[in-house]
Design a protein around this ligand. Structure first.
Ligand code: GLP
Length: 248
């Protein structure tokens, strides 16, 4: 795994954007996998600054969505992707996909999402954040490494962490649709972003702990091309990080 530890948020975003751009450039209809949450927002702002260099025909697939939320609701992940990716990068909305958390038949919608990813040719670069419990997407601890897009129940700690986006903690949806771990691992390149001491334990478990569903992000150890872009706090519990990975 390639690990960059960069203190300056702008430099961190620029490094992540380089990793994204490198793989998208030269492809006719490349596909970006997009995460929500706070971690990728600086990256999306940096990609917006590079908008002119983004390939025409760029498509995107979101990692996850709450069950039961209206896509017009700004707290929906559809809303986050629209406001931070589709509109700022000038993507064709028809090429931007977010799981439908309000489908009458959620299982069928999950299957259709997998088929749409496959039909696009697959994700070139998948951006992921990490939960404090080691989740990626909404794959909570215990998720099978063979999992595909499906409905999941959110862990109490995840609902607490995401309560900041809602007026009342009880308003945080109890379930979500998420790409599975196998879906995420099928991307050609994965760029994981994490900042802050609250992520340090999860980052260390993901990188240096056993490859075990107890830490869903540890599945990334099985992927041939993962890049971690961390701040010093998020990297603070890594024992094996070489000084050469500290870039700022
Ligand atoms: C959320 C999302 C994840 C996100 C993670 C970290 O629950 N489902 O996709 O990566 O938690 O969020 P943040 O970047 O805000 O810390």
């Amino acid at each position: 795994m390639d690990i960059a530890v960069i203190a300056d948020p702008a430099a961190r975003a620029a490094h992540a954007a380089d990793l994204v751009e490198e793989l998208l450039t030269g492809r006719a209809e490349p596909v970006l996998g997009v995460a929500t949450g706070a971690s990728p927002l600086e990256l999306y702002a940096e990609l917006e600054r590079r908008r002119e260099r983004m390939p025409r025909g760029l498509g995107a697939f979101a990692l996850d969505e709450y069950v039961g939320i209206d896509p017009r609701d700004p707290r929906s992940y559809a809303g986050v992707v629209r406001d931070h990716v589709t509109v700022p990068l000038g993507l064709d909305p028809r090429r931007v996909h977010v799981p439908d958390g309000r489908a009458a038949d959620l299982a069928a919608a999950c299957r259709a999402y997998e088929e749409a990813i496959a039909a696009s040719g697959g994700v070139d670069v998948q951006i992921v954040g990490i939960g404090t419990n080691g989740h990626i997407g909404f794959n909570e601890p215990g998720s099978s490494f063979d999992s595909r897009t499906r409905v999941v129940e959110l862990a109490a700690s995840t609902r607490e962490a995401n309560a900041r986006y809602f007026d009342e903690p009880s308003e945080v949806p109890t379930h979500a649709v998420t790409q599975g771990i196998a879906t995420i691992l099928s991307a050609r390149r994965i760029v994981l972003l994490a900042a802050g001491a609250a992520k340090a334990e999860a980052v260390a478990a993901a990188l240096e702990g056993p490859v075990d569903p107890a830490c869903p992000a540890s599945a990334l150890q099985r992927h041939p091309e993962v890049h971690l872009v961390l701040d010093p706090d998020a990297a603070s519990q890594l024992r094996g990080v070489a000084a050469s990975s500290v870039r700022g």
